[in-house]
Design a protein around this ligand. Structure first.
Ligand code: UDP
Length: 323
């Protein structure tokens, strides 16, 4: 298969490219390298089945050409990371809404199956758990920038679903819950690479709020198998799936774990949300996925433990810091 991955040089995209190449597929990565790094795919550049196209999903002529040539699309290109969304709201909205609109429009034109990467932010402040795909979204004011990301991704989901419903386009939506692993950067907000970096440098570990908020961290290696598995199954079309790990940990416990595993002398520093992001910032207290639906569809479940994930991030971060 000729596979187009938008955002293919990003953290998840680069791991997905590796998996697809190892399964004998050809991969074209469309990436504007805004948050993805070409370094993430340097090791793939010598592979004749891999091609990196540096460009934007907002470039409709380029998208037209690449979509026409491919057999299947994984649309991962997006502005992600709470810090990025809060600091660049307009650019983030444009990439996340217009980018997906363009990919879906061209996928429809050439009848190519699309996997759309969405997010657990869809559920907003719904702290029920474990969250099922049909659960309610609970959002704060649209003037709070954080919720604009959730809304942009909801528009993407609505579009993908409408293309399936009205035109029978093969679309699959995945809601990713806190994916972690080597190559993820903490520059745009993501907590685990930040904590690991801070711990390795013996800097203070920046815990937002009181650290009682919890998340489930899934290893990228598990996640890319889920995405690939879903696109192998014709029955997954027209559906949305939660994809993530189910082991819940508070952010304070995560900070303590990282300090202990790295043997760091870092202290924990509590930073109020208003200071960490912006005034009036709202976090979600808890976010746990129910992954029963994808389990039933393709037999997938996460297998990497949190300790294994942290170890792999420490290894990756150590070599990054040594560069
Ligand atoms: N967080 C933190 N310190 C940091 C970065 C993030 O305590 O340096 C917190 C953040 O406020 C949130 C949790 O860690 O409560 C997860 O943040 P992340 O941005 O990784 O993911 P999301 O909020 O999208 O779940």
């Amino acid at each position: 298969m000729k596979v187009l991955i938008t955002g293919g040089s990003g953290f998840i995209g680069s791991h997905l490219a590796e998996l697809l190449l190892s399964n004998g597929h050809q991969v074209c990565s469309l990436d504007d390298l805004s948050t993805g790094e070409s370094g993430n795919v340097d090791h793939l550049e010598s592979n004749p089945d891999f091609q990196l196209v540096v460009g934007s999903v907002l470039d409709t002529d380029l998208v037209d050409k690449l979509v026409e040539r491919c057999d299947v699309i994984y649309h991962l290109a997006a502005a992600v990371g709470v810090e990025l969304i809060v600091s660049k709201p307009l650019e983030s909205l444009e990439t996340n809404i217009r980018g997906s609109e363009s990919i879906l429009k061209h996928a429809h034109r050439y009848r190519k199956p699309v996997l759309l990467a969405s997010t657990s932010e869809i559920y907003g402040k719904n702290t029920e758990g474990p969250l099922k795909e049909e659960d309610d979204r609970i959002l704060g004011s649209p003037l709070k920038t954080r919720w604009s990301y959730s809304t942009a991704k909801a528009v993407d989901e609505i579009l993908a679903h409408a293309y399936w419903k009205e035109y029978g386009l093969h679309t699959v939506i995945v809601r990713l819950f806190n994916v972690v692993g080597p190559r993820q950067t903490g520059m745009y907000g993501m907590v685990l690479p930040r904590f690991v970096r801070q711990a390795l440098l013996n800097e203070d570990i920046t815990v937002h709020g009181d650290g009682s908020q919890s998340r489930c961290f899934a290893h990228v290696g598990d996640i890319v198998h889920a995405l690939y598995g879903l696109m192998q199954s014709t029955d997954a079309a027209g559906q949305v799936y939660n994809v993530g790990a189910t082991h819940e940990i508070t952010i304070l416990d995560l900070a303590k774990k990282v300090v202990s595993v790295t043997g760091s002398s870092s202290k924990i520093e509590f930073i109020p949300y208003d200071e960490a992001y912006e005034e009036g910032f709202e976090d979600m207290q808890r976010r746990v996925p129910d992954v029963g639906k994808i389990g039933e569809m393709i037999g997938w479940k996460p297998t990497t433990t949190l300790d294994e994930s942290i170890d792999s991030i420490i290894d990756g971060m150590r070599s990054r810091l040594a560069r």
